[in-house]
Each structure stands twice: as structure tokens, then as C-alpha cells.
Design a protein around this ligand. Structure first.
Ligand SMILES: [Zn+2]
Length: 265
């Protein structure tokens, strides 16, 4: 009955990668190995789902994980150093939880302030950012609900997005695939999902395990890609590479209660 008709890159074996810190998605639109996108014409670096403060926020919720930034601040710095952008755009879910505790607030403020010293910082508000303006509105950071330049429209993806003839860049969905290395160790890799009208960025946060694309996908995915074959590009943090095959995505059956936006346009 519910057997998958097709598996997406399940247990894909990765060949050794050649050094590659970025990949051209379209002329002037570059996927960075950290999971960010760099737009040459507007000199903007886009980072989706950073979830800054994650470990502290989880601690406040009663989880006893280690208090670490997971290297995310260093990754933002690395991407900034590579591209030297004029603007840094957080594509939603810049923070993990509102009303941060003091150490959490300090770490987030430091990261945003340091970024704002190097570039204009914009936050596209996502579903985790409902308190962002009251928590961090005093910082030199602009907030908005969508961002665009001449080539792309960038949205977080938690609310309906406008019809557009521009290429749509979106976060929120945290795409990933399971891979197996030569030693047989399985891990999850964040991926870019690249279609003809839209690209979904991987979560920039090292803590977002990601949604496995081999599983049936929620209705947003159908709106973005319909039945088309998509390309995937894995971002390891130090390298980014397109996977050799096009894949077709598999969707949840809407009548089976999959997803909150089952009344698709
Ligand atoms: Zn989100």
C-alpha cells in the first residue's frame, strides 16, 4: 500500500569530493558550501534558518545538551570572508526562540553586531522570529517579510508567497538526504533543492537535522516543484557538490492528513 514508488537518494554513496567551496546555480547565483547563497549582482549573502541561540534555547526548555554554538558563528564569518557581501540577509528563523536568556542574548547580539559591522544586515522574519523585533529591534538590523533583487524573490516559506516571475529562494523546509560514506557510516547531509522556478536552501544551523527528502513531502513542496525533476546539491560546510542524478519528489497524500497547508493554490 504505502510503499514508496521511488526513493530519493537513499543511502547514496558519496565518491570523494573534489575541492569545491561553491557552485553556480544560475549565472551570478552561487550556492556556498556552508548552505548560504551568494548573489553577485546585488552582492548579497543569504542564510536560511540559522536558529541562533539554539543550544541555550533548548536548555531553557529543559534539555540538557551542551551549551555550544555548534560553530555557526564561525561559519557565518567564513562565508562573509569568502564573499565580502554588501548585505547579509537572514532568510527567516534567524533565532531559535524569543525572549532569550542573558548569555543567549549576548551571543546573538554579538553575532548580529559583528555582521552589521561588515555588511548591511537584513532579517526576513520567519516563524521562529515572532519576538525578534522586540528582542533585537535595537540592533542595526532591518526586518522585512520578503526580500528581492532583480533576479530573485527570497521568502522564508512559512506563509503564502506571492506569484513571481523571479526565481524563488526559500528556507523553512530544512532539506537533507541520508548518505553513507565508504566506511559504511551513515549521516545526514543538508542539500539545496534546485528546480526550474525555485530553490530551497538547506538550514544553515548545524543543529537542524533536516527533513529527509526520501520521506513523503508536505504540500509546500508540491507548490514549489510540482511534478518536475529537481537537482540536489549537498553542502557539507567545506564543500558543495551536485548529486549526479535528477530526482523526483514524493508527496504526502493530502487526504491522509499530511501537512497544514493541504488546501494548495
Ligand atoms: Zn521556519
Amino acid at each position: 500500500m504505502g510503499r514508496p514508488r521511488r526513493r530519493v537518494a537513499n543511502q547514496l554513496i558519496l565518491a570523494p569530493m573534489t575541492e569545491r567551496t561553491h557552485l553556480e546555480l544560475r549565472p551570478g547565483i552561487l550556492a556556498d558550501c556552508t548552505g548560504a547563497v551568494y548573489l553577485e549582482s546585488s552582492r548579497a549573502l543569504l542564510v536560511a534558518d540559522a536558529h541562533l541561540g539554539y543550544a541555550w534555547a533548548q536548555r531553557r526548555r529543559g534539555e540538557l545538551g551542551p551549551l555550544t554554538d555548534g560553530g555557526i558563528f564561525a561559519r557565518i564569518d567564513a562565508a562573509m570572508a569568502r564573499w565580502k557581501p554588501e548585505q547579509l540577509v537572514f532568510l527567516g528563523d534567524v533565532v531559535h526562540l524569543g525572549r532569550p536568556a542573558s548569555e543567549e542574548r549576548e551571543a546573538i547580539e554579538q553575532a548580529l553586531t559583528s555582521a552589521a559591522n561588515q555588511a548591511r544586515v537584513t532579517v526576513v522574519l520567519g516563524n521562529h522570529d515572532r519576538q525578534f523585533v522586540s528582542d533585537f529591534g535595537h540592533l542595526p538590523v532591518e526586518t522585512m517579510l520578503q526580500w528581492s533583487d532583480d533576479n530573485v524573490l527570497a521568502v522564508h516559506g512559512d506563509r503564502e508567497w506571492p506569484d513571481t516571475s523571479l526565481w524563488l529562494l526559500m528556507g523553512h523546509l530544512h532539506p537533507s538526504i541520508r548518505v553513507q560514506d565508504a566506511a559504511g557510516v551513515r549521516q545526514r547531509l543538508p542539500v539545496f533543492v534546485i528546480g526550474s522556478r525555485a530553490v530551497v536552501l538547506p538550514a544553515f544551523s548545524p543543529f537542524a537535522a533536516g527533513f529527509d527528502l526520501a520521506k513523503p513531502l508536505s504540500p509546500e513542496w508540491r507548490l514549489l516543484f510540482g511534478g518536475e525533476y529537481v537537482e540536489l546539491a549537498a553542502a557539507t560546510g567545506t564543500q558543495v557538490r551536485k548529486l549526479p542524478r535528477l530526482v523526483s519528489l514524493r508527496f504526502q497524500r493530502t487526504q491522509a492528513g499530511g501537512g497544514s497547508r493541504s488546501t494548495a493554490r
